[in-house]
Design a protein. Structure first.
Length: 314
């Protein structure tokens, strides 16, 4: 759900500009297997996609006036009342949500966070009300926006992702957990009714992308069905990508010397002609070595989108 500098996409240049970190048509995306497999986000969990249509980039600048030594809450979700443009929000309680989540499956929003200069910093919570994401892992020392010492731990400042060249990206999909920015004003410069205020301006750019799932099977010649115990000879010039089934009943047998290799559940192997696949609950894809190499390249170069629990260690 977060990257501080996207890995290489399907193309780049030696001098990488911030706009080249944006996903675009043809870019590959891989969701972590730790995304929940329920009906809400299961379509994404562990799967690989390609951006299949031209992306749409929407500028979304947000400015808030915050009392010195106070903070505002920027909730990126669609869950409650939307923010009202032009209405001042001096306290955290008055902020609505920013509506930066897609409303359909197979749509990914890549949100760059560009911060204008100011005397403020940002803590990131996923979901709202939890310990901020950027932490050390020690229960004795954790970021806390209300603590005068630990509010600075893991904080992001405008210099970390400046408005002209943002390098901090957040990712949202339908029904993803809440992404919340706690914006703390650490030095007001405008007085109103005896209270010092400061302005924090964050220029969000929402990169709307449409995804199409890709699998090795979608590039392969044949998907070998395994509804019951199946033996398949690998033809000359082709290979099989075999994954062990949950029953531990998947084995590979060498035709020439009858050597047998058993695959544990989830374990994968690539075998060529001269081998027999024997499985009741595993899966096998008959393909070519060129497609296997292409698939491995996609897996290595796809933008990896972790689930927030991977980032916190919880």
């Amino acid at each position: 759900m977060i990257t501080d500098l996207s890995p290489l996409l399907h193309k780049t240049t030696p001098l990488v500009r911030s706009d080249e970190l944006q996903l675009q048509k043809g870019s590959w995306v891989k969701f972590s297997q730790f995304w929940p497999t329920d009906t809400k986000t299961g379509w994404a969990s562990g799967n690989t996609f390609v951006v299949s249509q031209d992306n749409i980039l929407v500028d979304y600048p947000v400015s808030v006036n915050i009392a010195d030594q106070d903070y505002a809450i920027l909730d990126l979700t669609n869950q409650t009342n939307p923010i009202v443009p032009g209405v001042p929000h001096p306290t955290a309680a008055q902020m609505g949500t920013l509506q930066m989540y897609p409303t359909n499956q197979c749509v990914l929003y890549q949100i760059s966070v560009g911060m204008k200069r100011g005397k403020y910093f940002v803590q990131l919570q996923i979901p709202r009300g939890t310990v901020p994401i950027y932490q050390l892992g020690s229960s004795a020392i954790t970021p806390n926006i209300t603590d005068p010492v630990y509010r600075y731990l893991g904080a992001k400042y405008p210099k970390d992702s400046p408005v002209d060249s943002p390098t901090w990206f957040l990712y949202s999909i339908l029904n993803a957990p809440q992404i919340v920015l706690l914006v703390f004003m650490d030095g007001g410069d405008t007085e109103a009714s005896g209270v010092l205020y400061g302005k924090a301006t964050i220029d969000f750019k929402v990169n709307k992308t449409t995804l199409s799932q890709i699998t090795l099977g979608s590039m392969a010649v044949i998907n070998i069905p395994v509804p019951s115990k199946t033996q398949v000879n690998i033809p000359s010039g082709q290979v099989a990508v075999v994954t062990g089934g949950p029953g531990g009943d998947t084995s590979l047998i060498n035709n020439s010397n009858q050597q047998t290799v058993r695959l544990a559940a989830g374990q994968s192997s690539v075998v060529s002609s001269g081998w027999i696949v024997n499985t009741a609950s595993g899966s096998a894809v008959l393909t070519t070595m060129d497609d296997v190499r292409k698939w491995r390249t996609i897996q290595e170069r796809a933008l990896y989108i972790p689930y927030y629990t991977e980032l916190t260690g919880s």
